[in-house]
Design a protein around this ligand. Structure first.
Ligand code: DQA
Length: 146
């Protein structure tokens, strides 16, 4: 069985498509899920794609990944800039983590320039839109099959 890559999405990302299209584009989260599924089938990976607006639920998913998954791709959305708990859970998972943002957070408001996750992530992709998810999966495919 190919390893499972858990793809996690934080708050408000369920609104993609209608939320600030000038910043995030017109693609919906379902479009991104489809892109990930297509990439996973090309790369021979198993994926699980999830989104939540509840931080505790995200923490539970990260905890559950430890024994079950090979890596985590995460767009923590606004929790990127606020959550020590998500950072600690990712460290506890002992899994490789790739942080993804649709927008280039560094060209936006100053409060988006700091990420609690980047310091423990293997890699950070931001500003590539949905292609960032695809690039993360392509990289993990090479790494996990290594
Ligand atoms: C985001 C950037 C965050 O600053 C913001 O809070 C989001 C989305 C992105 O994908 O560009 O909700 O993570």
């Amino acid at each position: 069985m190919p390893p499972i890559v858990l793809i996690l999405n934080g708050p408000n990302l369920n609104l993609l498509g209608t939320r600030e299209p000038g910043v995030y584009g017109h693609e919906t989260l379902a479009d991104i899920a489809n892109l990930c599924a297509q990439t996973a089938s090309e790369e021979g990976l198993n994926i699980e794609f999830r989104q939540t607006n509840h931080e505790g639920e995200l923490l539970d998913w990260i905890h559950g990944a430890r024994q079950r998954c090979g890596a985590i791709v995460i767009n923590p959305a606004a929790w990127t800039h606020t959550s020590v708990a998500i950072r600690d859970a990712l460290v506890a998972s002992e899994l490789p983590v790739i942080e993804v943002h649709l927008s280039n957070v560094h060209s936006r408001e100053a409060f988006r320039h700091h990420s609690f996750v980047s310091g423990i992530a293997q890699a950070v992709l931001c500003g590539f839109g949905s292609n960032g998810y695809r690039m993360a999966l392509q990289h993990l495919s090479q790494q996990l099959k290594g």
